[in-house]
Design a protein around this ligand. Structure first.
Ligand SMILES: Cc1cc2nc3c(=O)[nH]c(=O)nc-3n(C[C@H](O)[C@H](O)[C@H](O)COP(=O)(O)OP(=O)(O)OC[C@H]3O[C@@H](n4cnc5c(N)ncnc54)[C@H](O)[C@@H]3O)c2cc1C
Length: 467
């Protein structure tokens, strides 16, 4: 058999040039053409033991769908992905593939991995262009009712899986729009909202009822919902932002990334005054943090018209938790990186508005529990960075509202709901939980993976009644 010639690098994906894209909110990459997708899929070695499947938290049959793309069988490819992933157009765009499926691709030993994420995105977009997705045939109703609290990736995955099993599902969402972080956090230029709406619409067409503006713990408690429903899944995410707790953090112009991004993305502040959400426009905007949330905030500030947008991060570039692509895009767009730098105070202009961030320089010490080298402050290295808007993007925890208003719901570190990871059962009978509310801020695909485990366990509980 002729030896396969391997193209060493990924097929490039064209994207908006940086100078142009910082003036609009349109998506940055354009996606592959069918020809590019077929060429890229042909780079797959079709390994006998495909580590890429193990590298995926929802175990997509990666070699299977790549083979189908290589043969031009796009419908078959997307059908295969959908067997385990309800949101392929989303995960194709936002998953940290470089740490998961692509990190263990056999090609990586000598070359660049197959561009699995780009190919997943390609077939999902191809499918969307064919018209609305046909709803699968559903089994007869089981008569069991499940409430899903929260409509982020965890909640939507559970709702879709349970609907497919014939259960009646109602999703309760606190905000006026469903989608969780996918709509209120991740900006349009990275994840167009029409994609999220399309996937949620599909789940609703499977018979899932969606109730928005319903804050569980406030509009009704979890215990009250349990009077009407046979089981509950909590997928309420981690929407409570952390702060640095340093002097001056309550000055005007200091935002949490959560508020900043929600104003812009969900409340459409970038279309002010057409939408009546104000947002302070800074000339020099500093974002504290090194994850995806920080990159999204800094890049959003540029698009809102900031002349300079800075990232202030306490470790080095190597330890940054953001996706490679987001950090790379931020660098291309001219975001300035102040690395090995920790804020210790915010200083105002005497009228209550933030003016400067006082920082310390750091060195890298021994690795901490996260495995990344720890930032160690250099004594007396204080210096100041001027900024008229500061965005704090250093992490988030679950909101305590539901645990506070529910009997017997055990919480753990940083307010996460304690679950049995094999079943996602909580300490409270009939209540399951998964996604960021159980893990703390993590990733879309992990939230979906836990949603899948929970749906299976809920189904078993509904059928057997065994807790
Ligand atoms: C700005 C930003 C960028 C990110 N970028 C990436 C990325 O590139 N890749 C990636 O994999 N991950 C990324 N993440 C993380 C990822 O989005 C989350 O891990 C994921 O959304 C968690 O899903 P979830 O369903 O658990 O929660 P969420 O998406 O947070 O959804 C929870 C939902 O529950 C609702 N809710 C909360 N409390 C209640 C209540 N009491 N009653 C009713 N509803 C309630 C919320 O309004 C929300 O809609 C990012 C996160 C942020 C904030």
């Amino acid at each position: 058999m002729a030896k396969k010639t391997i193209i060493p690098t990924k097929t490039p994906m064209s994207e908006q040039p940086p100078a142009e894209r910082i003036k609009n909110y349109d998506e940055v990459p354009y996606g592959y053409t069918p020809e590019q997708a077929i060429a890229e899929a042909k780079r797959c070695l079709q390994c006998k033991r495909p580590f890429c499947i193990e590298g995926c938290p929802v175990e997509i049959d990666v070699p299977g769908f790549l083979q189908l793309i290589a043969e031009g069988e796009f419908q078959g490819a997307i059908n295969l992905i959908r067997e385990t992933n309800a949101l392929p157009a989303v995960t194709g765009r936002v998953c940290p593939q470089e740490e998961q499926c692509e990190a263990v691709c056999a090609l990586c030993k000598r070359f660049e991995s197959v561009a699995i994420g780009r190919l997943e995105r390609f077939v999902a977009d191809w499918e969307a262009a064919q018209g609305p997705l046909p709803v699968p045939e559903l089994p007869p109703p089981t008569g069991k009712k499940v409430a899903v609290v929260g409509s982020g990736p965890a909640g939507i995955t559970v709702a879709a899986d349970l609907a497919r099993m014939g259960h009646s599902v109602t999703v309760f969402e606190a905000l006026h729009e469903p989608g969780g972080v996918l709509v209120y956090g991740i900006p349009e230029f990275r994840l167009p909202k029409a994609i999220v709406r399309r996937d949620i619409d599909y789940v609703c067409r499977m018979g899932v009822e969606l109730v928005t503006d319903f804050v569980v713990g406030n509009t009704a408690t979890l215990d009250e919902l349990l009077e009407d429903f046979d089981a509950i899944f909590l997928g309420t995410g981690a929407g409570l932002p952390w702060f640095l707790n340093v002097p001056g953090e309550n000055l005007n112009g200091v935002y949490s990334a959560n508020e900043y991004l929600t104003r812009v993305n969900l409340m459409k502040a970038y279309l002010f005054p057409e939408y009546d959400t104000p947002i302070a426009l800074g000339r020099r905007v500093a974002t504290i943090g090194g994850g995806n949330v920080a990159m999204d905030s800094a890049r959003t500030a540029l698009r809102l018209g900031a002349e300079e947008s800075l990232i202030v991060y306490r470790r080095s570039r190597e330890e940054m938790p953001g996706r490679d692509e987001e950090i790379h895009h931020a660098e291309e767009e001219g975001i300035q990186f102040h690395l090995l730098t920790s804020p210790v105070a915010f200083h105002g202009d005497g009228k209550g508005q933030v003016k400067e961030i006082e920082c310390l320089k750091n060195e890298l010490g021994e690795p901490d529990a996260s495995g990344r080298r720890r930032p160690v402050p250099v004594p007396d290295s204080n210096f100041r960075i001027p900024a008229d808007i500061v965005i704090v993007a250093i992490g988030q925890s679950p909101n305590p509202l539901i645990p506070k208003t529910t009997s017997d719901l055990q919480t753990g570190r940083r307010g996460t709901v304690v679950v049995d990871e094999d079943t996602m059962k909580t300490s409270k009978r009939s209540v399951f939980a998964g996604g960021d509310v159980a893990t703390g801020g993590a990733t879309v695909i992990l939230a979906m993976g836990q949603g899948r485990i929970a749906a299976k366990a809920i189904d078993e509980y509904l059928r057997t009644g065994e807790w």
